[in-house]
Design a protein around this ligand. Sequence first.
Ligand code: FE
Ligand code: FE
Ligand code: ZN
Length: 280
Amino acid sequence: MLKIGCHLSSSKGFLSMGKTAVEIGANTFQFFTRNPRGGKAKPLDLEDVAAYRSFAQEHSLFPILAHAPYTLNACAADEGLRDFAKNTMADDLSRLEHIPQSMYNFHPGSHVQQGAEKGIELISDLLNQILTPDQSTTVLLETMAGKGSEVGGRFEELRAILDRVELNDKMGVCLDTCHVFDGGYNIVAELDSVLEGFDRVIGLSRLRAVHLNDSKNLLGSHKDRHEKLGEGNIGMEALTAIVNHPALRELPFYLETPNELPGYAREIAVMKEVYQGECS
Ligand code: FE
Ligand code: FE
Ligand code: ZN
């Protein structure tokens, strides 16, 4: 069955996000765990969480995807910045335990002149400090566009991080279609071979979620500018092949396109239309 949703504002709490998701035809959603710039999180409203959990059960919204603030840098050269990333992520993970079986996605980081190898080492060190054997949340590394000194623009870099993480059974990967396209993986003309490469390097069993975005820029541009579905250089034909691909079609898809709610509702309806199979 097609599992699809979009990024929603978390300012009104979980129940409100759940209701919005259902209203726009989604059966999952993504949200920022706190201000995307990484400020302090509001105390968790346990009543809201409880109300959300029964609503989510009723509407089969599981699993949902939490997104870490994008300004965190797990491989910053400055130790204070790394500590901030570590403490923020650890706090996010402990809160997410109130919503069992969630996923938590983060941008691996930017190595800022330390080199990708050092970046990979710092990112896995941080993960080794915050993952716990009994957590129910799966932590996802997002595939990046390779902008500037971003780590995670190559599948090999994500694999190298996973290899160094002791509790890597708690980890997976989120594939962002705009990012991999901008990173030079031709998901338009060679989707099968890109996914074969992913399988060879990382393993498809690690792939847990897809960020479904079109791209404003060309293949290999390393820019990371999302576009509305069908209006960018990936295009509707390739996006249709992606949601229907045997290796991807059972995964949850999350739109991060430049849209307000009505635009998201339209894109969700379009993807349901082109999906070959059941849509709720
Ligand atoms: Fe992201
Ligand atoms: Fe993304
Ligand atoms: Zn992006």
